[in-house]
Design a protein around this ligand. Sequence first.
Ligand SMILES: [Mg+2]
Length: 241
Amino acid sequence: MSAVTHMLATDLDGTFVGDTNGLKLLINYYESLPYEVTLVYITGRHLESATSLIKEENLPIPKLLVTDVGTSIYEGDTWQADPKWQKKMKKDWNPDAIRAVAKDFPQIRVQQLPDDRRVSFQIEADNSSALAGKFKMALETAGIAHKFIFSSGRDIDILPTGSGKGEALRFIVEKYTNSDTSILVAGDSGNDLEMLTLGYPSVIVANSQEELLEIEEHPKLYRATKNCAGGIHEAWMHFYG
Ligand SMILES: [Mg+2]
């Protein structure tokens, strides 16, 4: 594929999806433009869950779909996994060791997933942030290579070290774009933090989780006044309109 001229790299839940009117507005706007905006969806969902959402919400088929918090990259349409990325994700990845450490934390419940490409948990406690910190420390003490992501004051995703939404986006940008490509990154919660701070024009939608409100300001970071896709539309106008 030749380098894309414009790319929207967006989280799904609470960002691209969540406000039907805003999404209609954004899609109509993109269709009215003289250039094509290449869509990349970057979600915490697993493949089946993400493709169901695409179907249910009647979302445009993206060029690429990144699932499981950046641990898998699929081509749109065929949902073929990127073999190079898959190989990278297997390096030093030990999900059994992570689950074994989690057994010491009864308030941290493991999430049932179709495979082992990430290990995810939910915390059921008032002091979730402190508990997440202790769990992280225990993994470090055990010497287990991992990346730790805490979102929405409740969700913990443990990923292979070189993964995450930011690393996956960096890989995609390198593979599919050139220095002239106009990029916008959009997100609403903690697992989007990495990709929102890579230095590309980025938008934090108005309905974002508290953990993103604390991001340091930078000239390419836009805080939308509108929710979800309405906020993406607002930011696209701001950067490229
Ligand atoms: Mg989200």
